[in-house]
Design a protein around this ligand. Structure first.
Ligand code: BV8
Ligand code: ZN
Length: 236
């Protein structure tokens, strides 16, 4: 059933960071001042009220800066070291995979720790919490800075999406951890893998639209089930 000599691809969502204390997008903790994240993670919201959107990101950066990667993140970093052909694709912008030691990561939706200018090519890591002023201004042209993440209605970076699509298409095993499988085009990646013969393992504390297509559904928390599953698969 599971052949680790074939390419292994992992797709993660906000659920893998839940046990680190990072609020998920659609779970109870995902609300901020009664706004839904998906109302604020849009270019329209930013255009109409950049300060409000930055207050939302400032809050998330502050919460995330106090969080540590959990054992699910570190298990994926170990899998990358053990497996010859391993690709991690994440929808998350929190940077916890990087801090857990994962190296080769396809970040589909950007990085909450990077800012970019709306008026020039300035783009940099800025981990200051809190930021000196909201909304932050560009040090090069004094233009408005925005979080370097992909908002709803914005296209994913072509190269990253292309690499993720290719990785899914050649996968022998695709492990999908902590995603509600609602956001496109990320949610289509497991179906691309399945169509090309991959075994699909879904790890989630709930059922999702992907569950009917999963060969194995590990029902529960990533922190508990991922290390367990990895040990069981290693021991064959
Ligand atoms: C695009 C970055 C096209 C920002 C994010 C109608 C109008 C407008 C757009 C659309 C539309 N219909 C469809 C679309 C496309 C839209 C979309 O998919 N909308 C959906 C919601 C209907 N997609 C887009 O807009 C994308 N772009 O399509 O462009 C285009 C084409 C041409 C020209 C122009 C444009 C861009 C999508 C990217 C949006 N940005 N994030 C930020 O983070 O601030 S998406 C956001 O949702 C996060 O990245 C998050 O990761 C992602 C997905 O959510 P999940 O990760 O799944 O998290 P969620 O909270 O939903 O679920 C958590 C899961 O974990 C749950 O299942 C839960 O059970 C589980 N869980 C919880 N705890 C645990 C656990 N599991 C295990 N253990 C636990 N402990
Ligand atoms: Zn600028």
């Amino acid at each position: 059933m599971i052949d680790l000599t074939r390419p292994v691809v992992v797709l993660t969502g906000a659920g893998i960071s839940a046990e680190s204390g990072v609020p998920t997008f659609r779970g109870a903790g995902g609300l901020w001042r009664s706004y839904r994240a998906s109302d604020l993670a849009t270019p329209q919201a930013f255009r109409s009220d950049p300060r409000l959107v930055w207050e939302f990101y400032e809050w998330r950066r502050e919460v995330i800066s106090a969080c540590q990667p959990n054992v699910a993140h570190t298990t994926l970093a170990m899998m990358e070291q053990c497996l010859a052909d391993f690709t991690l694709i994440t929808q998350n912008v929190d940077g916890l995979h990087q801090r857990a030691g994962s190296l080769n990561i396809l970040t589909l939706h950007g990085d909450i720790w990077r800012v970019r200018c709306t008026a020039c090519a300035y783009n940099a890591v800025d981990t200051r919490v809190p930021l000196p002023e909201l909304p932050p201004r560009c040090p090069t042209c004094d233009g408005l800075l925005r979080p370097d993440v992909i908002w709803f209605g914005e296209q994913l970076p072509g190269t990253v999406l292309e690499k993720a699509w290719m990785a899914a298409a050649r996968a022998g095993l695709m492990l999908v951890v902590g995603t509600s499988a609602l956001v496109q085009p990320a949610a289509s990646l497991p179906l691309v893998a399945r169509r090309n013969g991959a075994v699909i393992v879904e790890l989630n504390s709930e059922q999702t639209p992907l569950t009917p297509f999963a060969d194995i559904h590990l029902h529960g928390s990533a922190g508990e089930h991922l290390p367990q599953w990895w040990r069981s698969v290693q021991s064959g």
